[in-house]
Design a protein around this ligand. Structure first.
Ligand code: MG
Length: 183
C-alpha cells in the first residue's frame, strides 16, 4: 500500500495558485514507514506562467517569513513544466495501481492546486480524483492524537509534507484501532 502526502508552497490561495515549491512523501500507513520523498523548487520569476495566480496578501505573508522559509524563493529552481514532469516521473516510479491515496492539507488546497497546474501544463494530472484525501479533515476528527515533533523548518514544502505524513500515519493507526472519530 502506498499513500502520498503533498505540500505546496504557493504565491496565492486560489486553485490556480502559482507554485514555488512542491514537497511530496510516499508512505506506507500499514507498516508506518516513509518510503521515499520528492522536492522541487520553481523559479519565482516564472511561477506566474501558464495562467498561474499571484496575490498580494500571500506575497506579504512571504515577506515576513524567516530566511530559511524565504530561501524557497530560488531563482535557481526549475520552470513549472520541468518540476511537474519530475513529479510525474517520481510518482510513476511506483505506478501503476500502487498509489492508493493522495493527501493534501485542506480539501480545497494542495491536491486542487497541483491538479490544476498539471492540467494547465500537461493536460492531465497523474492521479485520479478518487484518490484525493484530506489530512486536515482527518486531523480534526482525531484531535487527541498528538502530532510528532516537527523536524526542520515549518512552511518549507518537504518538511511540511514529512511532518504531515508522519502524523497522518498515527491518525490512520488510530482510525484502525479506535474507529471513533470525534466528529
Ligand atoms: Mg507548507
Amino acid at each position: 500500500m502506498m499513500h502520498v502526502m503533498l505540500d505546496l508552497e504557493t504565491l496565492s490561495t486560489r486553485p490556480n495558485a502559482a507554485i514555488i515549491a512542491i514537497g511530496a512523501v510516499a508512505f506506507d500507513p500499514e507498516r508506518m514507514e516513509v518510503l521515499t520523498t520528492f522536492e522541487a523548487r520553481i523559479r519565482p520569476s516564472s511561477a506566474h506562467h501558464y495562467d498561474r495566480h499571484l496575490e498580494m496578501e500571500t506575497l506579504a505573508w512571504w515577506m515576513h517569513q524567516p530566511d530559511a522559509v524565504r530561501a524557497q524563493w530560488d531563482e535557481g529552481g526549475m520552470i513549472l513544466p520541468e518540476a511537474l514532469s519530475d513529479f510525474v516521473d517520481w510518482l510513476h516510479f511506483f505506478w501503476p495501481g500502487e498509489v492508493t491515496a493522495v493527501w493534501g492539507n485542506g480539501a480545497a488546497f494542495d491536491n486542487v492546486v497541483l491538479r490544476d497546474a498539471c492540467r494547465a501544463v500537461k493536460g492531465s494530472a497523474p492521479w485520479s480524483y478518487k484518490q484525493d484525501r484530506c489530512y486536515r479533515t482527518l486531523r480534526a476528527l482525531f484531535p487527541h492524537i498528538e502530532e510528532p515533533p516537527f523536524e526542520g523548518e515549518r512552511h518549507t514544502a518537504l518538511a511540511d509534507a514529512l511532518h504531515q505524513a508522519k502524523h497522518c500515519m498515527r491518525l490512520l493507526a488510530a482510525l484502525r484501532t479506535e474507529a471513533q472519530p470525534h466528529a
